[in-house]
Unconditional design. Sequence first.
Length: 293
Amino acid sequence: MGTDGADRAAIRASAPATTLEAELQKRVGQADRKGSKMTGIRQLLWSVLIRCARGASLLLVAPVSLLPLAAVAQSALVEAQPLATPLTVVAPAFPPNMSAPASGVRVDVVGTVLANGEIKPTSITADNEQRPFVDAVIDVLRWWRFVPAIDKQRCAPKDSESRFSIWFEGSAATPKIYFSFPKRETASDGGSNWVESIRAPKVEYPIDLLGVEGQVQVLYLVSPDGKVKSATVRSSTPYGAFDYPVLKAAWATRVTWKEPRPDADLCAERTYNFCEVEPRSVSVAFHECRSSK
């Protein structure tokens, strides 16, 4: 089963936001996205908020010398690809006490991927009006996040139309769930082929986010003389957590092009992964940190 011109694979489920993730996102959302520097005693201590089973809060504090090792890895500077792509996919639950027919049940989703990476569905339909399967998809779409499409002239995220499908096979006892998205564009390394060298400040792991893993994809509009004319976050997870150190470094980046130089501004992007060396020390995980090893 499948569709022409589409990639189909088993869903790698991500759990909905945990209490800790929700707390982190709340704190990040309340803070200025430019961030703040830690001073005084906060430079000597770190804290992780843990919700206990009974709902109580426990604040763990440890000296910096006991902190787990962490690293920031960045990709090459490459030409930005304009289409939206899935970033976080949460598997829907198979409707309880139900079985799919032999051909499976396909749920089609049409909507808009917003510039902030959220999906705003306009139509969700299923084969033979199988409403329980539609409801299962609706329940999890709010947790889905996309790397948004970009306006290459502005080198900034934009809203874009999106269509994808989810298949249910088997039964509630033995569920199989698949998804299909339009084929991605072939990755281009055009930007890196033009780059002679990049001069950029080192991005440091924020000390108050040790124990939290994540990723930032940042867009650069680079002029023919190698100056960064704009720097914009395309996507980040957890939302906004690591934006400040990445944007600070992006604005200070200078590019030396190979000859002949580009004759116009180039929209390029770079990805930064913030990963803990010791997985057991992670309280908010990011799957790319494990799969990249």
